[in-house]
Design a protein around this ligand. Structure first.
Ligand SMILES: *[C@@H]1O[C@H](CO)[C@@H](O)[C@H](O)[C@H]1NC(C)=O
Ligand SMILES: *[C@@H]1O[C@H](CO)[C@@H](O)[C@H](O)[C@H]1NC(C)=O
Length: 504
């Protein structure tokens, strides 16, 4: 097979270096929820009609279940119980086991797999290029992959939730991938694992822990360094601020001034009902923090998922700057309407908690402690991360405290360049710098094959979403760099394999 040579010049624009001490994470006293860590903001991608590839859920997908071991890490009798874990395969483009054709395996994250099948375009878009078998595996405790017989039982208390962690999850993935290879007699097919966001962290960690199962990993928007104070806790919201300021100075100024305006009105008699009317809230506000949290979330979400061609930050600022009314809060409201569209009400509409909300809360309260706070010098009111109050809150939910240092104990992260340049290989950390989580990502090449591929204008997981006609040139280039790197890994692997088989 002929593989294009890896172009170093191309990389100079985009491939960069990582910042050793990185980002900050969420969860402060008043603001418990960490900004979402999913490849897409809900249905955003599904609303977009101009997707080039047939990345929609196709009839070529076949669903399977694997009897997964509840606890991989000890030999107590109850650990041997199993649950059905879902995975999905697409054989359409696979070159087959005899050709040792590759396998692209998507590692599910904190959501049911169903949504990912449509939005993780990277697999569909590259299946032909690699003659690859596509595999998508659901994360335990989400979707149809629930231990203990039901969601209700599985989420009952810390005793049943205790098996819900990343270490068990990547062991699940290893077992399923090895099972598939065995079943298909595809012993020599190289596997590339792919993940976005939390799933991107899993992909990079998988390559480090299971090098005999995956040849390489694509970790898109994976904030592997947003743990244990490696990244300053204020980094996330300082990027949100920067994103808004770069789009419009007046928009940034309006938002910056709005918080004290809200406080001023809230402190007046009937202030909350004035605010409720002004912002057309679905229910009367019971506290001004309800409004402020919702606005903070909206700005964060717009920045994190600031995708072309719509560019939500530009949309919000278009509303704020374009408002006919002159007072600050009317402008802010115009920003909400621009972002959310015309609705009968805004802000505190009651919604059912999604599986992601419920599951991710446990994950952040046990293992994935991502300490995001708001520092000084942003467009928000300062709200530092307070580990003690975070721990208290988790205790009140689950009766067990989080382990904020476990991720770095088990996977590393401190001095990552120093460590990984002499251990590990074949990981791509891709990021878009407009994504606030990128500050917790790897933004510097670590070695010849642990590479950072980032774009200045990119957003969260943009590069693994389906290719579209409207994709800007810089995004097309980022994706093609990732493909070239993987082809280089495979060329080397196949050359080594030929030699190994001759010797046998
Ligand atoms: C794969 O190789 C085996 C053994 O050489 C052979 O029996 C089989 O027909 C081959 N399968 C395909 C699809 O070529
Ligand atoms: C969780 O619930 C089970 C079943 O009701 C019970 O046996 C167990 O003691 C509970 N564990 C905790 C930590 O409350």
């Amino acid at each position: 097979m002929n593989y294009p040579k890896f172009s170093v010049q191309w990389l100079q624009f985009i491939v960069m270096v990582m910042v050793l001490s990185i980002s900050e994470n969420s969860c402060s006293a008043g603001r418990f929820d960490i900004p979402r860590l999913s490849p897409t903001r809900g249905t955003l991608i599904l609303e977009q009609p101009d997707i080039v590839s047939s990345a929609s859920v196709s009839e070529d997908l076949r669903t399977f279940y694997y009897p997964q071991t509840l606890d991989h890490f000890n030999y107590k009798p109850e650990s041997y119980s199993t649950f059905q874990q879902r995975y999905v395969m697409n054989f359409k483009y696979w070159g087959g086991a005899n050709a040792s054709a590759p396998i692209l395996a998507y590692l599910g994250a904190e959501a049911p797999l169903d949504g990912d099948l449509a939005v993780i375009g990277f697999l569909n878009d590259n299946a032909i290029r690699f003659n690859a078998l596509l595999v998508y595996i659901e994360h335990r405790y989400y979707g149809k992959s629930i231990p203990f017989g039901s969601r209700e039982e599985a989420f009952k208390n810390a005793s049943t939730l205790g098996y819900f962690n990343s270490v068990q999850a990547i062991a699940d993935y290893a077992e399923i991938i090895m099972h598939i290879k065995k079943k298909l007699h595809a012993f020599y097919s190289p596997v590339i694992v792919i993940g976005g966001s939390y799933g991107g962290m899993l992909a990079s960690w998988f390559r480090l822990k299971y090098p005999h199962v995956a040849l390489g990993a694509v970790a898109s928007s994976a904030p592997v360094l947003y743990f244990d104070k490696i990244t300053p806790s204020g980094a996330y919201f300082s990027v949100v601020t920067k994103d808004f300021r770069e789009v419009s100075e007046t928009c940034y100024q309006t938002i910056r001034k709005s918080w004290s305006e809200i406080d001023k009105i809230a402190s007046q008699p009937h202030g909350l009902s004035i605010l409720s009317t002004k912002f057309k809230t679905c229910n009367p506000l019971t506290d001004s923090s309800e409004l402020k949290n919702a606005l903070t979330k909206m700005y964060a979400s717009a920045a994190q998922y600031n995708q072309p061609p719509r560019y939500p930050v530009t949309v919000v600022c278009g509303g704020i700057d374009g408002s006919e009314k002159l007072d600050i809060l009317s402008k802010i409201f115009a920003g909400i309407v621009a972002f959310r569209g015309n609705r009968s009400c805004y802000i505190n509409q009651p919604t059912n908690q999604s599986e992601t909300t419920v599951g991710w809360r446990w994950q952040t309260c046990s293992e994935m402690v991502i300490p995001i706070g708001i520092g000084n010098n942003t467009m928000f009111q300062p709200d530092p991360f307070d580990l003690n109050s975070f721990i208290q809150q988790c205790m009140s939910y689950y009766g067990v405290p989080p382990r904020p240092h476990w991720v770095t104990s088990y996977y590393g992260g401190h001095d990552i360049k120093l460590i990984l340049q002499r251990f590990g290989s074949n990981i791509i950390f891709s990021n878009g710098l407009r994504d606030p989580y990128s500050r917790g990502g790897v933004l510097e090449n670590i070695s010849e094959s642990i590479l950072a591929v980032y774009t200045v204008n990119g957003s969260h997981c943009l590069d693994i979403l389906p290719e579209k006609k409207t994709d800007p040139e810089w995004l097309i280039r980022q994706r093609s760099i990732v493909v070239k790197i993987i082809k280089r890994w495979m060329a080397k692997y196949y050359a080594d394999l030929r030699l190994a088989l001759i010797k046998q």
